[in-house]
Design a protein around this ligand. Structure first.
Ligand SMILES: Cc1cc2nc3c(=O)[nH]c(=O)nc-3n(C[C@H](O)[C@H](O)[C@H](O)COP(=O)(O)OP(=O)(O)OC[C@H]3O[C@@H](n4cnc5c(N)ncnc54)[C@H](O)[C@@H]3O)c2cc1C
Length: 416
């Protein structure tokens, strides 16, 4: 069976690798230009603990408080774009306590293979992988309580990893890069973080060794029927015939699906990151700075600071002041680390209104599948997505674990 995977990001490569391991002939067609691609600029966290959807009870109140204090970690632009109201409405609709709880459970289950999947790949194709766990640091007693609540919610959704609660002094003893203003932290010992650029290289090598043909510089222009139940994938470098097609082009999947007559509510949630050796005490742990939603990842010799969720009506050029804002929010948590001579990155997270990815058959287009919309968790969810989607593409039934991610679920199905 010949399968074309449209999009060679973290999700597409992981799926291609699984399909080839199961014996399929796989070609990955990728656009090849890095602008806006999410994974390489990401924080590299593999964090099933953080599986909760963004929408949920109290989220608007918390967002308003942060906006009022000038510490918002989100933005919308342009504020009055016609593409946003429908997404925003679906976001609000998916914010009930029940939807939040069900969404957390579904995401957590999809994230179960994550840690073992990264460990396994790293054993055969080494890349930077850090096992120091995730430290969620808060600057106020209120923030410490919020961190505890986050853990409690994850436990209720089925999270079983070890978590230790620390007061400010113990948090600083564990992580000397934290400053005096940190009031407390929770440490989740099982979470990992990786250097995402190296991960992508390792994935491409592993997939290639399993026989996957990766065509860079081959943006997919469209997918159409070619007769006898087969598909033709038009790329800028010629057409590819396929028995099955899997659309994994991150946020750009929305255009390919719209071309097939299947619009999906997928918008770019832009994020920013800065990578620098910096000066001062470098963190040793992946740090989530709770009140300000900033992610810090220490890599070998460098530190990455990442944040912002800028919901845009379509791919747009980056706004440099957003990165400065993220760094300004991070510094009060840190003892004395400061960035110097930094590289700034910008990536578009494929964001659905209910924070659940779109994984499964494309309705009415037999033989075409989608795996996109992984939002804030694409690295974490890539191994589970691949593990469960590959047997389906090869002819199996939709497994129960993928049912919540159907393209026909209420918050995903759209007409016209
Ligand atoms: C600042 C930031 C921090 C993040 N931190 C984390 C984190 O710590 N942990 C985590 O789990 N997730 C994190 N994420 C989210 C994660 O990066 C995304 O969810 C993930 O990258 C989505 O994977 P993807 O393969 O679907 O899309 P992408 O990584 O965006 O890849 C899309 C691929 O499709 C290709 N493509 C696009 N258009 C076409 C076309 N027409 N034809 C062919 N190919 C095409 C692109 O070239 C690219 O290779 C972060 C994101 C950002 C922006």
């Amino acid at each position: 069976m010949r399968i074309v995977v449209a999009g060679g990001g973290v999700v597409g490569l992981w799926i291609a690798m699984e399909l080839a391991a199961a014996g399929a002939e796989v070609v990955v067609a990728d656009r090849g230009t890095p602008a806006g691609v999410a994974a390489p600029v990401s924080a590299g966290w593999v964090v099933p603990l953080l599986s909760a959807p963004l929408s949920g009870p109290g989220v608007l109140l918390r967002a308003a408080e942060r906006l009022a204090r000038g510490r918002a970690s989100f933005a919308v632009r342009p504020a009055l774009s016609p593409a946003l109201p429908r997404w925003a409405l679906a976001f609000l609709r998916s914010g009930s306590a029940r939807a939040h709880r069900d969404g957390s459970r579904a995401l957590l289950e999809l994230g179960v293979p994550a840690v073992a999947g990264f460990e396994k790949l790293c054993r055969t194709h080494p890349f930077e992988l850090h096992r120091t766990g995730l430290l969620i640091a808060a600057r106020s007693p209120h923030g410490v309580a919020e961190a505890a609540e986050l853990v409690e919610d994850a436990r209720a959704a089925g999270y079983t990893g070890p978590v230790t609660t620390l007061d400010g002094a113990r948090a600083r003893a564990l992580e000397p890069a934290l400053g005096e203003r940190v009031a407390g932290a929770v440490h989740a010992g099982d979470e990992l973080h990786v250097r995402p650029e190296q991960l992508l290289d390792a994935l491409a090598t592993a997939a290639g060794e399993r026989g996957v043909e990766i065509r860079r510089d081959a943006p997919v222009l469209g997918v159409e029927r070619s007769g006898h139940g087969r598909w033709r994938v038009a790329t800028a470098r010629g057409a590819l015939e396929a028995d099955r097609v899997v659309i994994t082009a991150g946020v750009w999947s929305a255009d390919l699906l719209a071309g097939l007559g299947v619009p999906v509510p997928l918008l770019p949630g832009a994020g920013y990151s800065l990578t620098s050796a910096g000066t001062g005490t470098r963190p040793r742990h992946a740090l989530k700075l709770l009140e300000d939603n900033v992610a810090i990842s220490p890599f070998d010799g460098e530190v990455r600071v990442a944040g912002m969720f800028e919901l845009a009506a379509g791919p747009r050029p980056p706004v440099p002041r957003r990165m400065r804002h993220v760094v300004r929010m991070a510094l009060p948590y840190l003892r004395d680390w400061r960035p110097s001579r930094a590289r700034v990155g910008y990536g578009l997270r494929p964001a659905t209104p209910d924070s659940l990815p779109l994984i499964g058959p494309v309705p009415g287009r037999e033989g075409v599948y989608a795996a996109t919309g992984h939002g804030m968790l694409g690295l974490t969810l890539a191994p589970g997505t691949a593990e469960h989607l590959a047997p389906l593409v090869l002819g199996g039934p939709v497994p129960p674990v993928l049912e919540p991610f159907s393209l026909t679920r209420r918050s995903a199905a759209r007409r016209g």
